[in-house]
Design a protein around this ligand. Sequence first.
Ligand code: FES
Length: 256
Amino acid sequence: MRHNGDRGTQRTGDQVPRFGHGSRVPGWDDAADLTKDPATVPDLATTEVPPELRAEIEAHMAKYPDHRSAAIPALAAVQRWHGWCSPAAIEQAAAVMRLTPGYLVSVASFYDMLETTPVGRHAVYVCTNISCSLCGADELLEAVERATDGDPDFNVRSFECLGACDIAPMASVDGVYIGPITLDEVPRLVEHIREGLPPLPAKQLRLRRSVDPGAATATPGGATPQGPTSYGGEMPGDAAGPPAAIENPPTQPDQT
Ligand code: FES
């Protein structure tokens, strides 16, 4: 299982802060319990699963030829329902998917955004990878940790590159990319999150103007959140991009 939020050693001098296991990021260091009996598939007839949750998981399963391919969206669904992938949540997903809980735990413990321990409902992922780190990400992470210290509503952690290096140092707040974030903006960022407001709208990546004059732009007015993870909902100006090459049908060779 992963560590969540435990920063292990502290930064000293020019040393980079690391977890107890030596990495800058949470890792997997709990061995499997080999003394336990082999896992069995929970019986759906005797496992209580909220009907809406069951319907959502079954809808995901129906999208794939092999229903195990729905493991990640099913785990995301139980996480939304329960707040984390608790043993009861895993049991419910396993019963609906006709899999062992162990199968789903192996998936949940691999992916960073699936939580296998209880966490706060607001996910603040501060990128501490190289570009952000060079722009002060470690100080930013420490400032966010200080500003939210002891608040059980927050799940603050460092994260590997979130793919938005051009706005370093940046953070993903409930799925919304924000950056570059200066240290003096941290109290306002935390205040916005606490009050359910769009966090630092002027720094949200999705609200930035495109260099393409023909591209539609979103407006901060459309960013009013409906819940802790809805800052990233569909924007009025959103438009589908061009299809990727893989989405185009293959061209047939000319038979003439
Ligand atoms: S290094 Fe932070 S987004 Fe890439």
